[in-house]
Design a protein around this ligand. Structure first.
Ligand code: PLP
Length: 363
C-alpha cells in the first residue's frame, strides 16, 4: 500500500498563471522560470505547463540540455551563467542563452573559438550585489562582448532586490531602474528586468518596467512574491496541492503532551490526528502550533513538533474525524503562502523543498 502522501500538480493552473503574467506585461515576451526543478513541480511538467511561454529560464546547463531532449525548441536562458570554455560549444549548438556577469567570463569568451554564434544576457548589478557589472563598468563590458565575433544578440538585464516593496527605504525599484537606464543608455539590445514582483507591479510602475522580456517565477506557481498581497489578490491559482491522510488518532486528557519535546500540552480532553507527512517530505519542521491545515474540508492547526515522517493536528473542530480522513497541507483551499508565513518562511522554499520521496500526480 503506498503512503497516502501525494503532491498533485495542476497543469491547468500553471497555464492560467502564465496567462495572468502575460496580461500584466502585455508588450513583453515571457521567460517562464523553471529553475529548482520548476520550483519543485518537475522540470518536464514545467515545460508542459508553460508550453506557451516564449522561453524557459533555469540554472544548470545539464537541465537546459534535458529540455532540448524533451523537445523544447524555443529559447532557453541560464540565469546564473555558470559555464566554462568546454560548455561554450554546447551552448552554441543547442542555442542556449547564458547570463554573462563577470570579466572572467568575457575573457573566456574572447579566447574561445566560437564556431557557431551564441546569444547572451549581460547582467548589470544595480544594487542587488550578487551578480553583474556595476553601472559604471557596464558599457565597457558590453563593448568587449560586442567585439567578440561569435557573440550574436546581447540582452541587457538586471534583477530587482526589492520588487515586492516598491518604496523600499534602502533600495527602491525606481532607483534600480534609474541605475539600469543610466548604465545602459545608447546600448543596442533587448532589455529584461522584471521577476514576478516586477511583473505584478508593472501596472503601478508601467513606464519604467515595460521592456522586452519579463522573467516571472513564483507567480507562475501560484505563490505571491510578497508585498502584502496574496496570490489570490493577484488572480493566481495554486499549482501544487500537498495532501495526505490521518493514519492514527489519539484521545488525550488534560496535561497530556504530544510529540518530540512534549511541546504541546492538551488543555482538556481532545483528539489529535497523526498525519503521514513530516519534515523528510519537505514540510517545515519549524511550523509552530497554529500553522493551518485542512482536515475533511475543515480548517484546523498543527499541534506539537513536526517529526521526520509524521505530524500531529488538532481534531477538535472536525466532526467524525477518522483514520483515512483527508488532510490538505497546502494548495487547493489552503494557500502555501499562509503555511509558509506561519512557519517563518516563504512559499518558494516550501515548493522547492518537496522531497523526492513524495509521490507526485497531475490533476
Ligand atoms: N530572474 C532571476 C535572475 C532570478 O534569479 C529569479 C529567481 O530568483 C527570477 C527571475 C524569478 O523570480 P520570482 O520567482 O520572484 O519571480
Amino acid at each position: 500500500m503506498p503512503r497516502p502522501l501525494c503532491a498533485t500538480i495542476h497543469l491547468d493552473s500553471m497555464q492560467h498563471n502564465l496567462a495572468r503574467a502575460r496580461t500584466c506585461a502585455l508588450d513583453a515576451k515571457a521567460w517562464a522560470v523553471v529553475k529548482a526543478n520548476a520550483y519543485g513541480h518537475g522540470l518536464e511538467r514545467g515545460m508542459r505547463g508553460f508550453a506557451q511561454a516564449d522561453g524557459l529560464a533555469l540554472i544548470e546547463t545539464e537541465n537546459a540540455l534535458s529540455l532540448r531532449e524533451l523537445g523544447w525548441t524555443k529559447p532557453i536562458l541560464l540565469l546564473e551563467g555558470i559555464f566554462d570554455a568546454s560548455d561554450v560549444p554546447l551552448l552554441a549548438e543547442h542555442n542556449i542563452n547564458s547570463t554573462v556577469h563577470s570579466i572572467e567570463q568575457i575573457k573566456m569568451l574572447e579566447y574561445t573559438q566560437l564556431y557557431r554564434p551564441i546569444d547572451v544576457h549581460l547582467k548589470m548589478n544595480t544594487g542587488m550585489n550578487r551578480l553583474g557589472f556595476r553601472p559604471d563598468d557596464y558599457k565597457a563590458a558590453y563593448k568587449r562582448l560586442r567585439a567578440i565575433p561569435g557573440v550574436r544578440n546581447i540582452t541587457l538585464m538586471t534583477h530587482f532586490a526589492n520588487a515586492d516593496e516598491l518604496e523600499h527605504p534602502r533600495l527602491s525599484i525606481a532607483e534600480q531602474v534609474q541605475r539600469f537606464c543610466a548604465g545602459s543608455t545608447g546600448l543596442e539590445g533587448e532589455r529584461s528586468l522584471s521577476n514576478s514582483a516586477g511583473v505584478l507591479h508593472q501596472a503601478v510602475l508601467q513606464a519604467e518596467l515595460h521592456n522586452d522580456w519579463v522573467r516571472p517565477g513564483i507567480m507562475l506557481y501560484g505563490g505571491t512574491p510578497g508585498g502584502g498581497r496574496t496570490a489570490h489578490d493577484f488572480g493566481l491559482r495554486p499549482t501544487m496541492t500537498l495532501a495526505s491522510e490521518i493514519i492514527a488518532i489519539q484521545d488525550l486528557v488534560a496535561g497530556d503532551t504530544v510529540g518530540y519535546g512534549s511541546r504541546f500540552e492538551a488543555p482538556g480532553p481532545m483528539q489529535v490526528g497523526v498525519v503521514a507527512c513530516g519534515y523528510a517530505d519537505g514540510y517545515p519542521r519549524h511550523a509552530p502550533h497554529g500553522t493551518p491545515v485542512i482536515v475533511d474540508g475543515v480548517r484546523t492547526t498543527v499541534v506539537g513538533r513536526v517529526s521526520m515522517d509524521m505530524m500531529t493536528v488538532d481534531l477538535s473542530p472536525i466532526r467524525n474525524a477518522r483514520v483515512g480522513s483527508k488532510v490538505t497541507l497546502w494548495g487547493d483551499g489552503l494557500p502555501i503562502d499562509e503555511v509558509a508565513s506561519a512557519s517563518g518562511t516563504i512559499g518558494y522554499e516550501l515548493m522547492c523543498a518537496l522531497a523526492p520521496r513524495v509521490r507526485v500526480e497531475e490533476g
